[in-house]
Design a binder for this molecule. Sequence first.
Ligand code: C2O
Ligand code: CU
Ligand code: CU
Length: 533
Amino acid sequence: MTSRRTFLAKSSLLAGGLLLRGSAANSAMAHGMSTRANTLNASTLTPFVDPLPLPPIAKPQGLRALPTSAKLKLPYYRLAARPIDMKVHRALKPTRFWSYGGSVPGPTLETRSGEGVLVEWANELPQQHFLPIDHRLHGAEREKPRVRTVAHLHGAKTRPESDGYPEDWIVPGTSAVYHYPNDQDAAMLWYHDHAMGINRLNIYAGLFGSFLVRDAVEDALNLPRGEFEVPLALFDRLLTPDGQLYYPVSDKPDAPWVPEVFGDAILVNGKLFPYSEVKARKYRLRVLNASNGRFYHLAFSNGMEFHQIGTDQGLLPAPVALKSLLIAPGERADLVVDFAQHRGEAIVLKNDAFVVMQFRVSAQKVEDNSSLPRTLRPVPRIGESQAVKTRLLTLDEYTNLVAEPILLLLNGTYWHQPITEKPVLNTTEIWSFVNPTDDSHPIHLHLVRFQILDRQHYEPWAYQTKNELKFLGPAEPPAPNEAGWKDTVRADPRMVTRIIVPFEGFIGRYVWHCHILEHEDNEMMRPYEVVAS
Ligand code: C2O
Ligand code: CU
Ligand code: CU
């Protein structure tokens, strides 16, 4: 390992003190590098004493004309970002968050496919940030306002001016009206902050919420609905002993950025280890991983099976039976769980060995008229021959001489460099992500939905030294529960992950990035532009 590190240091890969990270020994060091202030040990709190909260449903404040066509009037919502104090556990004092609309997660918008809405995103935050800004990061320089927000609706097909471009941030006392046409299939989207260089801090502070698009296809399936459809937004945090958000910093005061953040306090809809009283019947659980960097590997304590019916961009072709679910930051999973055979049981939802929440199934027998259909909707696979272009894109992590990650790039390119990805509107492309790092990077493209073609192991050494792609095994098709429409894909370590993407909707400038927010904020994000044919 040392000899390889030495080789890398001497090779041309070393640029200005940066090492391209590609060895297996770095992770532990990377994760141990931050100075841990005194944090609360979440496992000392009594679990299952607070009921699972449900974010309120946002209510429109009437109708408003579209700026571009005065005739069309759309439901108009206003969501203001403000500080709030919210109790995350019975035994803790209220925690200061920044919230859209008064709760974390913020209110859920319920909309229908083909029926657009307007949202006024207001910044009513104070002038000072309460989490540690790293002024070396692009977009967060000292001369920039400390508090900036810009809302992005993840998974939405919107015009660029409503997409929340990271540089379109607004300052306290101002607002921006965005138009979401909802010309897309039923799915659980989510809104969150996207401000350049401080996105990880703003989302950690609490600036996110869910946005549901419904449609007739979904309606016709008779899935569990109403009180039997439950959103579960998972987000982990570190807390100080008095219950306040703690965002870790490096040991360098002028460079506080850390490469990843994992908290032991896993919040579900804003509560720590909540419980939910459920009836002995089917429930539809809409799971969102809103964490900065944590991947969840979810399973029930009794080992019971459940079904995944949908992914990021809506329904799968058919339900997929699972005993556990892997979900990366930014991803959504639509699940049907049947408690009918578990009357009177207390079932814990776990993340590997750790507790997430508890379901208390009532002892009563109930009638369940909802269904878990055998098939859901057609998802025709896009043939590779549809693609007019294939792009090979490397995910790079750079370390300093003591193996601490200090920078991440997409295809060796910084944010400010000229746009290199310019797909033509209404064409299909294959994007191949080569991942020489030790981390899985959840890669997300704005505007579009895509399908996963495959993942394939390759020999990293030949790629790093000779730029040669030597595959080590067969191409692995996506797991059945990933074989639907996606907007975020796990690019796993030392694999090439290929997606096929129809670029539909609008022309203009969008972004693609890693959804580990610490990576995204430190250059693992690039603009791309959809151009007219
Ligand atoms: Cu969740 Cu750029 O997005
Ligand atoms: Cu997005
Ligand atoms: Cu990443």
